[in-house]
Write a protein that binds this ligand. Sequence first.
Ligand code: GTP
Ligand code: MG
Length: 231
Amino acid sequence: MNHSHDHSHHDNHEHPAPRGDGRPLRLGIGGPVGSGKTSLVAELCTALRNELSVAVVTNDIFTSEDAEALRRENVLPAERIAAVETGCCPHTAIRDDIAANLDAVEAIERRIGDVELTLVESGGDNLTALFSQGLVDRQIFVLDTAGGDDVPRKGGPGVALADLLVINKVDLAPHVGADVERMISDATERRDGPVVATSVRSPGGIEPIANWVRREVLDWTLSGDSSPGGR
Ligand SMILES: Nc1nc2c(ncn2[C@@H]2O[C@H](COP(=O)(O)OP(=O)(O)OP(=O)(O)O)[C@@H](O)[C@H]2O)c(=O)[nH]1
Ligand SMILES: [Mg+2]
């Protein structure tokens, strides 16, 4: 683990109330099926749990598999992980009909009380799935290096508009003949925001993402910005 702090876990200790008017930063994690969203959430929780109070809401169509995987991995105390079974297209549940997700987010934030960062993992979908700004304040879009190195060039709202674009599984590039440099330059051409190419499951691979999240949480709490989509 890479954190510099060495506090005990959140299940044992009280946290100072968040600053600003208190609502946690809600961060959506979207991207195609299997690109590494749950892995990113798991590694992010592990990297940040000793410095921030974190909660997670996962989306699956018919099951709560992702939430169960996160609980099995012990990335957070079980009560900090909730599942929404959307029963419909994943993009609908995060973009158009967000009530179930918003309920789950508000319920877990209320129950835990001191949450500073709420992660919402979207069900795996296609390149068009973007979160509603009524549900999350910031969003990360996760692409799979092994999913084809022409994907960033094809663009789409996730690639263009997410606050952070992650090109994940670069460790697989040599095995699938993917040109990571080209993926980065194609992606950079299609967006204004940052691009990170990494392998979240490799040692230290989550750190560039964790650093971006740390800055976003700090900005959020300092500005007290709790307006939907305030950026
Ligand atoms: N080689 C490699 N494999 C990875 C990496 N990140 C995730 N994986 C693997 O990719 C597979 C899918 O990862 P998940 O994290 O479940 O992906 P997901 O986007 O949550 O999948 P859905 O929720 O089903 O859409 C798993 O076998 C992971 O272990 C990585 O950085 N490198
Ligand atoms: Mg998942």
